[in-house]
Design a protein around this ligand. Structure first.
Ligand code: SAH
Ligand code: SF4
Length: 430
């Protein structure tokens, strides 16, 4: 069945949802997500002399981010007095895991519960997805609850509830993944402690190392981060920046900036800032080669058109053949998948060190789009390949647990049982 969509006139104004929900801090705050400087200031407030602060921060950083400890009391290099003082006022809590699902392909999805607007009232929920492969393990991290943007092919965009995540909650997603996968660093020379709770020394309940074919080579599970979960990271740039700088810190979580990719739908003014202030890899959700169509698929295009977006990409710092921008292109049947589109795409990207990532559309209940036929994706991919681009087609992962791109939508707005069944049925049809 042919899909028809109405193209909004290019002059239509860009409208986005207003973020409504505020974050309410818990009574006893967690130290997760504080920068070294913030941690030092905080130590000052509880009486640690200035001359000691740097050393104490270094110690705490190691226990928190390198070893993954969740209790101050077990941090043996820190003085007993300071441990007690910290435990009295702070925690090392991560977001609460309310559900874990494991896909037949090894993909894991965690549903995390976060504080809502009013203490004691309905909490917020966000999803985080781990995608293991032979050479890497990629964690797909969310930046917002929902999204203020309304891309017409994206399920997250239909969620009404929106709030920015804090740096703590963004770093917390990485900590949760390491906890659940038993992925903290072991002590050198000691037995493999990765399945053990660092505090109790006992096996972590429910934490399981992936096995057989789903564990990346090397000794770490989480090797790469993609900011491609729920939300638009460049609309929450300060928190995303603070979080990613912690994630990239070589003495802690130590995931290098070359292995962190931030995906944006095209918030042009913040692309430059992301380059200067974070310096991670950039992915741009392009999806169309003409403004008229992109206005419909990614309504933000009405504010920042394709030419402006590509200019910002050209100026992204440090681009080279080794450091390219990834252009994401979702394959929508009869909408953006013609051979002419493919040719226009390679013309458009000429001169930008680029990779092109073709994403088969992941359907969701109520969507008006269909995924392009496989033969069409192959033909499209061939044009891109012939123009000199490696054009990997992203294999949909975790479809059976609704963890694939664009399928994330927090349970706060629960799907009806019927919608869920429909979605599963669609996901199973390749
Ligand atoms: N907001 C950011 C990052 C999150 S979306 C952005 O838009 O880039 C991550 C990627 O998934 C984006 O490229 C987005 O366009 C794509 N996506 C969204 N819905 C999808 C769907 N239903 N099927 C396939 N990809 C989808
Ligand atoms: Fe938001 Fe990205 Fe989905 Fe667009 S594709 S609605 S920017 S999460």
């Amino acid at each position: 069945m042919a899909t028809t969509i109405e193209i909004a006139p290019a002059s239509a104004p860009f409208v986005e949802k207003t973020p409504l929900e505020r974050y309410v801090a818990p009574e006893k705050p967690s130290l997760i997500g504080l920068s070294r400087a913030q941690l030092a200031t905080l130590l000052g407030t509880i009486g640690v002399p200035e001359s000691q602060r740097k050393m104490r921060v270094q110690q705490l950083w190691h226990w928190i981010y390198f070893r993954g400890f969740t209790e101050f009391d077990a941090m043996t290099s820190v003085s007993k007095e300071l441990r007690a003082g910290l435990a009295q006022r702070f925690t090392l809590e991560r977001p609460e895991v309310v559900a874990e699902q494991v896909s037949v392909d090894g993909t894991r999805k965690w549903l995390l519960r976060l504080p809502g607007e009013v203490q004691g009232e309905r909490p917020h929920e966000v999803e985080c997805v781990y995608i293991p492969d032979t050479e890497r393990g990629t964690l797909c991290v969310s930046s917002q609850v929902g999204c203020t943007l309304t891309c017409s092919f994206c399920h997250t965009g239909t969620q009404r509830l929106v709030r920015n995540l804090t740096a703590e909650e963004i770093v917390g997603q990485v900590m949760v993944a390491r906890d659940r996968l038993g992925d903290w660093q072991r002590k050198s020379g000691s037995p493999d402690l990765r399945n053990l709770n660092p505090n109790s020394g006992k096996p972590e309940f429910g934490a399981t190392r992936p096995t057989d074919g789903v564990i990346p080579t090397g000794d770490r599970c989480v090797t790469n981060i993609v900011m491609m979960g729920m939300g638009e990271p460049l609309y929450n740039l300060d928190a995303v920046r603070d979080a990613l700088l912690i994630v990239a810190d070589g003495d802690g979580l130590a995931i290098s900036k070359r292995r962190i990719t931030l995906s944006t739908s095209g918030v042009v003014p913040n692309i430059e800032r992301a380059g200067a202030e974070i310096g991670c890899m950039l992915a741009v959700s392009l999806h169309a080669v003409r403004d008229e169509l992109r206005n419909e698929l990614v309504p933000l295009n009405r504010k920042y058109g394709i030419a402006q977006l590509l200019e910002a990409c050209r100026n992204y710092p440090g681009l080279s053949n080794a450091k390219r921008i990834t252009f994401e292109y979702v394959m929508l049947k009869g909408i953006n998948d013609s051979i002419d589109d493919a040719k226009a795409l390679v013309r458009l990207l000429k001169g930008i060190p680029a990779k092109i990532n073709l994403i088969p559309f992941n359907p969701w209940p109520g969507t008006k789009y269909e995924c392009s036929d496989w033969e069409q994706i192959e033909k499209f991919s061939q044009v891109v390949f012939d123009a000199g681009y490696a054009s990997p087609v992203r294999t949909p992962r975790g479809r059976d647990i609704l963890a694939a791109c664009g399928q994330l939508k927090s349970a706060t707005e629960k799907l009806s049982a019927r919608e869920r069944m429909a979605l599963r049925a669609m996901a199973m049809v390749e």
